[in-house]
Design a protein around this ligand. Structure first.
Ligand SMILES: [Fe+2]
Length: 268
């Protein structure tokens, strides 16, 4: 008996074994044979009723093997033209596939629910052109054992519709070769563990540390308050005012009495 190629219809499948039964219609009678599906490490069972191509060995002792399903009238390709490679992963065409079009050089993988890679070593993706990650849901980049870095020849932008937060167990630093600007529509506050607080809000600025407070009001008033001592030291100090006074130990600079007993007029 010479080895022969035949086509038949899949009648039942042993999914665990990777074999199936094929029914031939020989001379008016049906003959069913157990067939070993083509392996090469790849698992893809046909569906019951599909036409498959089968090779029978010359001895007839070993089970026949199949090269798999064939394209025909009842199993037409989802698409087809010169230069196309396409592999269907699901029994329904278009549910999951990969394809390469040598006319455009575009390779595409598509699945309907979830795809991913798991690697015990390194994953390295490189492109001479742009790389895009676009998600309709959350996008998360995390490193459980090392750092995450963003480096760019030109700009790096982080923009969020709601909030952006920067948190570090250690230090956070911001350095600029040029201008550094911080602007806020609302309150700006800086607070250190040592107690320094700088607050800029609504056109007013307030610096608080160790009970001392320096404020600048929206009108331009400057106030310096200390629970202990205020020192002004300079080669020259000028104080100019239309109104006001200085009082030390109950003695007014503007209205005070000299030891002679006369009320001193304001110095002119
Ligand atoms: Fe005086």
């Amino acid at each position: 008996m010479a080895s022969t190629n035949r086509t038949g219809r899949v009648s039942s499948i042993d999914y665990a074994a990777g074999t199936y039964e094929v029914t031939y219609f020989d001379r008016g009678r049906s003959v069913t044979r157990k067939i070993n599906a083509m392996s090469n490490g790849e698992y893809k069972m046909p569906t019951v009723g599909q036409i498959v191509s089968v090779t029978h060995t010359s001895s007839g002792l070993a089970a026949a093997t199949t090269t798999g399903t064939v394209w025909n009238k009842t199993n037409a390709p989802a698409e087809g033209y010169q230069g196309l490679y396409r592999k269907e992963y699901a029994s329904r065409k278009g549910q999951a596939y990969d394809r390469y079009d040598e006319n455009t050089g575009v390779y595409t993988q598509y699945v309907d629910k979830r795809t991913g890679r798991t690697c015990n070593g390194e994953i390295y993706d490189e492109a001479k052109g742009p790389i895009s990650l676009v998600g309709g849901g959350q996008i998360q980049v995390s490193s459980s054992g090392a750092s995450v870095s963003l480096n760019a020849k030109t700009g790096v932008g982080i923009a969020a519709g709601t909030t952006v937060s920067l948190e570090a167990g250690g230090a956070v630093s911001a350095e600029a070769g040029g201008e550094l600007s911080v602007s806020a529509g609302g309150k700006v506050s800086l607070e250190g563990q040592e107690g320094l607080e700088i607050e800029v809000s609504g056109g007013e600025a307030k610096i608080t540390l160790n009970g001392a407070v320096i404020t600048v009001s929206e009108a331009g008033d400057v106030s310096i308050t200390s629970p202990t001592k205020i020192e002004l030291t300079a080669p020259e100090i000028n104080a100019t005012a239309g109104t006001g006074d200085v009082t030390i130990e109950g003695v007014s600079l503007v209205n005070h009495t000299h030891n002679s007993g006369a009320v001193a007029p304001p110095d002119k």
